[in-house]
Design a protein around this ligand. Structure first.
Ligand code: 3PY
Ligand code: MG
Length: 252
């Protein structure tokens, strides 16, 4: 098992951030801050296939594992991210066991799945196909997102699917689909997050959570959540800019 996959599944605590700015320079700046991993966001940022590969290259240079959040469930998108050399994939909006099993099939080489073999970057452009075939099923991290009312209702059967490493909770979409948006509904949303975390842990899966910032990670760690994506490079850039400008204006 790769060090990264081991860290993700050891319930030990890994903290990364989304890379939403579609450029390797942004990845290098992020990687230099030494996150445990980055997750290139192809669901909500406009990042094409070639650029994803260059962003993974930039992360590799700094020895920071790069996951890719794929735009949806298409096996081609998962294959493309893994062929580019991603350390893992994050599959959004998984709502039932069939979708979870499809994500496993797309992420794993036979016999565990149906991922196609090719001479991409992950296989050393053909120089290391045999080695990649041997190691990838043990090293690639598969995280799936629970963020719909249906996913919440089906959490036990989803969590039981073999081949998933991390059950990752998306509180933004979850709050919309269970009608629990805003501070007034925080208790209901938090109860849903805890229910997902408990079911995933009971099935032996690591649990992840998105937080816009790191202020309450210690609280959620107590609920058994060990894998965090904190904001994104774009969110931190805007927060830093706003704070810097506000400070400068208050001092003039
Ligand atoms: C959500 O909160 O919906 C997310 O997808 C966070 O990554
Ligand atoms: Mg979401």
């Amino acid at each position: 098992m790769s060090g990264f996959r081991q860290n993700c599944t050891a319930f030990d605590g890994v903290i990364g951030t989304f890379s939403a700015i579609p450029h390797p320079v942004a990845v290098e700046i992020t990687a230099a801050a030494a996150p445990d991993f980055i997750c290139i966001d192809c669901e909500h940022a406009q990042i094409g296939r070639e650029r994803v590969e260059d962003m993974i290259r930039a992360a590799d240079l700094h020895r920071v594992p790069a996951m890719v959040r794929v735009p949806g469930h298409a096996p081609e998108a998962i294959a493309s991210a893994l062929d580019a050399g991603a350390a893992g994939v994050l599959v959004p909006r998984v709502s039932n066991a069939d979708e979870a099993r499809a994500a496993v099939a797309a992420s794993r080489f036979p016999p565990a799945g149906r991922r196609g073999v090719g001479p991409g970057r992950a296989a050393g452009y053909g120089y290391r196909i045999a080695e990649t075939l041997k190691s990838a099923n043990e090293t690639v991290v598969l995280a799936i997102q629970i963020e719909t009312a249906e996913g919440l209702a089906n959490i036990e059967e989803i969590a039981a699917v073999e081949g998933i490493d991390v059950i990752f909770i998306g509180p933004g979409d979850l709050s919309v689909t269970i009608d629990a948006m805003g501070p007034a509904n925080a208790d209901r949303l938090n109860a849903a997050i805890r229910r997902i975390a408990d079911a995933a842990r009971a099935a032996g899966k690591a649990v992840g959570l998105f937080r816009p910032d790191g202020s309450d990670v210690a609280t959620w760690e107590k609920a058994g959540i060990s894998f965090y994506i904190i904001g994104s490079d774009a969110m931190m850039l805007s927060a830093g800019l706003a704070a810097g400008l506000k400070q400068a204006r208050s001092e003039t």
